[in-house]
Design a binder for this molecule. Structure first.
Ligand SMILES: Nc1nc2c(ncn2[C@@H]2O[C@H](COP(=O)(O)OP(=O)(O)OP(=O)(O)O)[C@@H](O)[C@H]2O)c(=O)[nH]1
Ligand SMILES: [Zn+2]
Length: 190
């Protein structure tokens, strides 16, 4: 579904008026339409299903870890509609030759983060999408992010980071494999 520009423009105009601004002054006159166009981009994941990206698989016989680290993302916190941003790390062990394209992992992150979100839901949705489509032996998704609603307002704790993980399949019971992935993720960040 396309973003309703007219509605966003009306709302943005009303919000500017509500804070005591003049939405018709030169600097603000195009702001409502800019916000509408920005929301096209920022919320383009509203009608995207991350599972669709995993439809293409290569019959590659690799039943060992695949890890794509440090996938940058920006999302909008659903409580305040301000950004939270950081990186996602996705590791999985393919099964039955179902290996997906590396870029598809980043595309899934993009789809899931391009809508009003919670960090926990981003993490779980990416993990579940991969699990449900490729049925791999195991999946680990780790997301590290800074939330602007905790830095520029409210409790005001810049630099604080939230780390969430979602673990599926063999990683749930195999502590050694799980900690190997976590240390590979940590390794590149030092
Ligand atoms: N669990 C979780 N909480 C989040 C996320 N993004 C923002 N929040 C939190 O959502 C909560 C909303 O709390 P409320 O008390 O309803 O809103 P608020 O009065 O603006 O809260 P403060 O931020 O404490 O000022 C805050 O504690 C935010 O830090 C997220 O991705 N996951
Ligand atoms: Zn927030």
């Amino acid at each position: 579904m396309a973003v309703d520009h007219e509605k966003i423009e009306q709302a943005a105009r009303m919000m500017l008026e509500a804070i005591g601004e003049d939405p018709d002054r030169e600097g603000l006159i195009d702001t409502p339409s800019r916000i509408a166009r920005m929301y096209d981009e920022v919320f383009q994941g509203m009608d995207q299903d991350p599972k669709e990206y995993f439809a293409t698989v290569f019959g590659e016989d690799h039943e060992e870890l695949v890890l794509v680290k440090d996938i940058p993302f920006y999302s909008m916190c659903e409580h305040h509609l301000v950004p939270f941003h950081g990186v996602a790390h996705i590791g999985y062990i393919p099964k039955g030759g179902r290996v997906t394209g590396l870029s598809k992992l980043a595309r899934a992150v993009e789809a899931v983060t391009s809508r009003p979100q919670l960090q926990e839901r981003v993490t779980a949705t990416v993990a579940d999408s991969l699990k449900e489509t490729l049925d791999p032996h195991g999946v680990i998704v780790v997301v590290e992010a800074e939330h602007m609603c905790m830095t520029m307002r409210g409790i005001k704790k810049p630099g604080s980071k939230t780390v969430t993980s979602a673990v599926r399949g063999i990683f749930q019971n195999d502590a050694a494999s799980r900690s190997e992935v976590f240390s590979l993720i940590r390794g590149g960040n030092s």
